[in-house]
Design a protein around this ligand. Structure first.
Ligand SMILES: NC(=O)c1ccc[n+]([C@@H]2O[C@H](COP(=O)([O-])OP(=O)(O)OC[C@H]3O[C@@H](n4cnc5c(N)ncnc54)[C@H](OP(=O)(O)O)[C@@H]3O)[C@@H](O)[C@H]2O)c1
Length: 243
């Protein structure tokens, strides 16, 4: 790998949003290390897009296999300039309430796995390249709501972790951003009955990722920005009436 290109490390790279962001980074002359459990799908994606090995490399990464994270990071062919944590797992709240493994997997994918790998990345002072970490979180994490508080609480924890990490890395001039996304048309929401007028395309979220600047919280889409501020300010007695 030619180390002149800046490196983007995409964790959970088979996510639809990640796959929309990869070509955007490549068009800006980044090399993308796409890390995922679904390596064959990503290799087929790279082939289909005609990306060279210099432009996109695929590595195996399981966010929930914490004991492998240090070795995964140490074995990277080059240390990243930008890291994106895109892994996600959604189970219906009622199912997750009855099935601990579903609840636990949401915690592992959105929080434990993220903390495990991002701690390793953040603590590598020797990586002078690192300039930005971006986490894909959710509006579900803004207020506890009865219809989705298990998924939502794992995203809330992830958002708070990133907020603290941003402060921690400030002195090293490393930016940390959280994308607080509303509904995205992706594998995760396929088959769910969601309002069409609020759906965002993965490509739209991907643009917000690659254009991330100095603001910590990035809420893509005007309608979702409004919803975000209303949710934040809403008194609990009104939030309790939401689904
Ligand atoms: N879709 C929405 O409405 C929405 C809204 C707000 C936020 N988000 C968040 O945005 C991010 C991207 O979502 P998306 O809609 O693009 O989702 P997606 O297409 O469903 O992709 C989620 C990806 O997470 C990966 N993943 C799950 N468990 C993993 C693990 N243990 N290790 C590594 N990767 C793992 C999956 O990998 P495999 O392909 O290997 O299964 C899958 O590719 C997620 O964090 C999601 O929670 C989504």
């Amino acid at each position: 790998m030619n180390s002149i290109s800046p490196i983007v490390l995409m964790l959970g790279a088979n996510a639809d949003v990640a796959k929309a962001a990869i070509p955007l980074y490549i068009s800006k002359e980044y090399t993308v290390i796409a890390a995922s459990r679904s390596t064959e799908e990503l290799k087929a994606f790279a082939k289909d897009k005609q990306f060279t090995a210099q432009q996109m490399m695929v590595l195996y990464f399981d966010a929930t296999d914490f004991n492998t994270h240090q070795n995964f990071y140490d074995s990277l062919p080059a240390k990243p300039h930008i890291v994106i944590y895109a892994a996600g797992f959604l189970k219906n709240n009622e199912e997750a309430l009855r099935n601990w493994e579903d609840s636990f997997n949401m915690m592992k994918v959105h929080y434990c796995g993220a903390v495990s790998i991002l701690n390793i990345i953040a603590m590598d002072d020797a990586n002078q390249n690192l300039e930005r970490i971006i986490g894909l979180s959710s509006l579900s994490g803004v207020r506890g709501r009865k219809s989705n508080f298990i998924y939502g609480s794992t995203k809330s924890a992830f958002t708070q972790y990133l907020a603290g990490l941003r402060q921690y890395l400030f002195s090293r001039n490393i930016q940390v951003n959280v994308i607080v996304a509303g509904y995205i048309r992706s594998k995760m929401t396929a088959g769910l009955n969601l309002p069409e007028s609020l759906m965002l395309e993965p490509s739209f979220i991907a643009k917000a990722v690659i254009n991330a600047g100095r603001s910590f919280v990035i809420v893509p889409g005007f309608k979702w920005k409004m919803i975000y501020y209303i949710l934040r300010l809403m008194p609990e007695r009104l939030a309790a009436k939401l689904p």
